[in-house]
Design a protein around this ligand. Structure first.
Ligand code: CA
Length: 363
């Protein structure tokens, strides 16, 4: 049984802002708590959307967007309920780190969590056991973090059930990011989005730039995208703004072949900008050994066709670090099989450049 408690009444109308308190007893504070901010904005009948930021503490566009929503959204405009967790791994957010400074854990490799575990495991367990059962839809707002810069995109979490997968796809497309990418994290079951799919929720994520900074462009995309998804779910009125044409570029990370990993320690010199079209076998860059100029650099190569979707931010690498991520075109036959021709998705299957090679500019 969890010791976590909240002062929020999930059934009450209007705007509430409070905390989830998880009992924490470190050296400095015998009977205290880790306080995780939570807001509920509720009005009338309608679905419940769970909006989460700060899963990783060094990814800022999501928490900024959700903080604005908490302060500015008029509850009278809501049909249904928003449960907003803008800084879910609060210790990591306050430290500006991917992982928690309390227990060293990555929340997004901790689900479904453990109510008797460490603080990060208890956060995951609270989301799994208390928050997910209240929801119909779940948005987990990520960016690339300190180590990666990623093209701003909405992320489709694959679901084994075709109708559930279609719901996830349509919600991610409704976000209307410049790119929409299917990412299964190599089948990783411990992410929050994988857990949300197991809970039956309509689930989507984002990758909003990264590099440990706040991207002006990505923040704009994030603000607009969150409102677009809430309109798609019927919780907010439609914005009336036409979608971006580029949003019809549907991509996927092609498994392990999508990741170019460092083969030695040194400094990685990339050969291509974000958004560049690349091919399997092409040189991706090289790793220099700055301490021993007698040794030439070691070449790295792509293992998939696609575009440079994400790139490592720091120059220093050790063997095994992810230097580049490639996103490939999503298989159109899978799209046709799983998506009904709604107005939102019809353009995907038209003979237009929808699935052609109209890559976005590097950003
Ligand atoms: Ca992340």
């Amino acid at each position: 049984m969890s010791t976590a408690r909240t002062n929020i009444d999930f059934e009450r109308s209007g705007r509430q802002l409070g905390f989830i308190d998880i009992a924490h007893s470190p050296h400095e504070d015998a009977w205290g708590a880790t306080r995780i901010p939570i807001a509920v904005i509720s009005n009338g009948k309608g679905p419940t959307a769970i909006l989460q930021g700060g899963n990783h503490g060094d990814e800022y566009e999501g928490p900024i967007t959700l903080g604005e929503l908490i302060r500015e959204l008029d509850p009278g405009l809501v049909s249904g309920r928003l449960i907003i967790l803008p800084a879910i791994n609060t210790p990591a957010v306050l430290a500006g780190r991917r992982t928690s400074p309390v227990d060293g854990l990555n929340l997004n490799r901790t689900f479904p969590g453990d109510p008797k575990g460490t603080i990060t495991q208890q956060i995951a367990a609270y989301v799994t056991d208390v928050i997910f059962p209240l929801g119909d839809a779940y948005i987990d707002l990520h960016s690339g973090g300190s180590s990666l810069n990623i093209l701003p995109s909405a992320i489709i979490e694959p679901a084994p059930d075709p109708l559930h997968h279609k719901r996830n796809m349509e919600a991610a497309l409704a976000f209307d990011a410049p790119l929409t990418v299917v990412i299964d994290n190599l089948g990783e079951p411990r992410t929050s989005t994988a857990a949300a799919v197991r809970a039956g929720l309509t689930t989507l994520g984002t990758e909003m730039a990264g590099s440990g900074t706040v991207s002006i462009d990505a923040l704009g995309i994030c603000r607009r995208g969150v409102r677009n998804v809430l309109a798609h779910l019927g919780i907010l009125a439609p914005t009336g703004k036409p979608p971006l044409a580029e949003a019809r570029n549907l991509l996927r990370i092609p498994g392990r072949d999508g990741f170019v990993l460092a083969t030695t320690d040194g400094v990685f010199e990339p050969f291509h900008a974000l958004g560049a079209e690349v091919h399997a076998g092409d040189a991706a860059g090289r790793i220099h050994n700055l301490g021993d100029p007698s040794r030439g650099p070691e070449m790295l190569h792509y293992a998939a066709d696609g575009i440079v979707y994400g790139r490592r931010q720091p120059g220093r690498v050790v063997a095994g670090n992810c230097c580049v991520t490639v996103a490939a075109l999503y298989d159109e036959t899978i799209q046709v099989a799983t998506l009904a021709p709604t107005s939102l998705t019809r353009s995907l299957f038209s003979p237009s450049p929808a699935c052609g090679r109209r890559w976005p500019k590097a950003g």
